[in-house]
Ligand binder design. Structure first.
Ligand SMILES: Nc1ncnc2c1ncn2[C@@H]1O[C@H](COP(=O)(O)OP(=O)(O)OP(=O)(O)O)[C@@H](O)[C@H]1O
Ligand SMILES: [Mg+2]
Length: 257
């Protein structure tokens, strides 16, 4: 019969073996987590480029379909070139972010950043019965990576538009300088968000846009996850308030510039 000392020794050996197995599993898990993060970030890059490719395609088609209208063709081509440049900046900035590089932050005028977004979006909101109310104090600045902040706002604007189709409504973009932050609000009078979905909307791949109705495109559920990732990296905060049937209001706070 094994003595108590032998039993203890064998128990120690088993615990040690279990410990090293745990360590191996932990490092395997860290490797898998890293791969999952790379996968998610790659999806996000594709998502953001796609946000810019849709209007890019429309501008290019506009130029192709109206070869005799020199003014329209020139304008469409200028917008095509601007969107290409923006897409390459977005790709560069997000790839650097995926590599863990810190991007140079700049102080930018918020009204100019927002204007740049509307230049990139092709479809006129008025055509969808959406009026746009922008109230950004002149000279209000934000600190951050400009293309990343623009992509955050673009996602919120695209979601607001989706939520108001096909009925139309009002898209409001406002900003206030607080004592220790800049607060940006993107609000719509669209369908709103069900109470049960509110906790999930910032999760990757959560989407309710699955219908293939003419006014609805299908979503990937990456827009808001992207917004949260970027706002977090800027040391800010993003939150939402919504009333089903009445609309939604997204608030971003960014540290002062
Ligand atoms: N302004 C809004 N009004 C109503 N619902 C919204 C609004 N913004 C987001 N949502 C809800 O949150 C979900 C997640 O949004 P998110 O932008 O992450 O993905 P998506 O818009 O569905 O797809 P994608 O952005 O990839 O095209 C949406 O499917 C929708 O249910
Ligand atoms: Mg979206």
């Amino acid at each position: 019969m094994a003595s108590i000392t032998e039993k203890r020794l064998s128990l120690h050996r088993r615990i040690k073996a279990q410990d090293s197995r745990n360590e191996a599993l932990k490092s395997q898990l860290a490797g898998l987590q890293h791969l999952a993060n790379v996968g998610t970030v790659s999806h996000m890059i594709a998502h953001e480029i796609n946000n810019l490719l849709t209007p890019l395609k429309s501008y290019a088609s506009l130029a192709l379909n109206h070869p005799d209208d020199a003014v329209l063709t020139e304008k469409a081509l200028q917008k095509t070139a601007a969107n290409c440049e923006r897409a390459s900046k977005v790709a560069e900035s997000l790839l650097a972010l995926a590599d863990g590089q810190t991007q140079p932050e700049q102080t930018s005028r918020l009204d100019e950043l927002v204007e740049g977004i509307f230049t990139c979006l092709c479809r006129d909101f008025g055509k969808d019965g959406i009026s746009v109310d922008i109230r950004i104090p002149e000279g209000l600045t934000v600190r951050g990576v400009p293309v990343q902040i623009q992509q955050v706002l673009m996602n919120l604007i695209l979601n607001a538009r989706d939520a108001m189709l096909p009925r139309g409504g009002v898209l409001s973009i406002g900003a206030t300088q607080k004592a220790d932050a800049v607060e940006i609000v993107v609000a719509d009078t669209g369908q709103g968000i069900a109470q049960t979905d509110l906790d999930s909307i910032f999760e990757t791949f959560f989407t309710t846009k699955t219908e293939k109705a003419p006014a609805q495109h299908s979503g990937t559920g990456l827009g808001l996850a992207f917004c949260k990732m970027i706002v977090d990296r800027h040391g800010g905060h993003i939150s939402v308030e919504s009333t089903p049937g009445q609309g939604s209001r997204f608030t971003i706070t960014l540290p002062p510039s």
